[in-house]
Design a protein around this ligand. Sequence first.
Ligand SMILES: C[S@@+](CC[C@H](N)C(=O)[O-])C[C@H]1O[C@@H](n2cnc3c(N)ncnc32)[C@H](O)[C@@H]1O
Length: 273
Amino acid sequence: MRCTPEELAQKKRFEDVYARSQSPVMLSIERSVCGCDYGGNSWTTRTEADDLIASLELGPESHLLDLGAGSGWPALYMAKKTRCKAMLVDLPANGLRIAEERAAKDHISHKVTTVVADAARLCFPDNSFDAISHSDLLCCLKRKRSVLASCRRTMRPPGRMAFTVISVAAGLSMEQRRRAVDNGPEFIESDADYFSMLDQTAWKVINHQDITVSFAASCKHQLDADEVREVELANIIGQEEFSERIAGWRAKLAAINDGLLRRELFLVEPQKM
Ligand SMILES: C[S@@+](CC[C@H](N)C(=O)[O-])C[C@H]1O[C@@H](n2cnc3c(N)ncnc32)[C@H](O)[C@@H]1O
């Protein structure tokens, strides 16, 4: 895969995040914010992961594809709870190695496969999976339509795909928009809304929820969880990065509360031809 310099820089940042994701303080923060301890970095909470299991109707016969799988959250949790097969795809190999170790610890290695691949150019045969998930992936890459089209090709009808995404709220002034972009994930900007992109790639929306209120709550929990662990956290990332991190959470929370950022959940199925 040919990455742009921006994409390569983001991949390196995620590698750094996964490299320190298993430290006791990071896992403790994750437990208090999202209710899990996989080394995750999306905003997907355990309650949301349970909802995904129900929405995707996962069971022992299902084959789930999770894109931007990171170190295994929430795909491994879903595989453990439902006994489904899970294919985990991401670019940083170190995250997927952590996922493999967790799968072994949870005795589900026989159900789990990991692949380093670009979600926008999936190499799986057509109709391979009956469930697809991704957590805040589309706001971490530019080629959103290619990912949605790739997912559509690899989905076996009548399967379902569920995903969360963070986006810039509609109807903002230039200044507000700049603030939203500055405080959102790196590739939050999009040339079209998700409903249009889903329609263009042959998906039908069967459920859509604005989950910005719980996003704001999680962001506040993150800020609080970091602040009470200042000493342990600064030991790992240094005092300067700790201060930047806290300022970042504060600015993000303010942007969410000012209505500039939103987080949505989409449940979709293939359009009938
Ligand atoms: C917000 S993180 C979510 C990670 C994990 N699923 C979680 O919930 O903690 C987004 C992930 O998407 C991955 N990603 C970004 N661009 C990608 C691409 N083109 N193909 C595959 N994964 C990508 C990143 O490496 C990162 O691990």
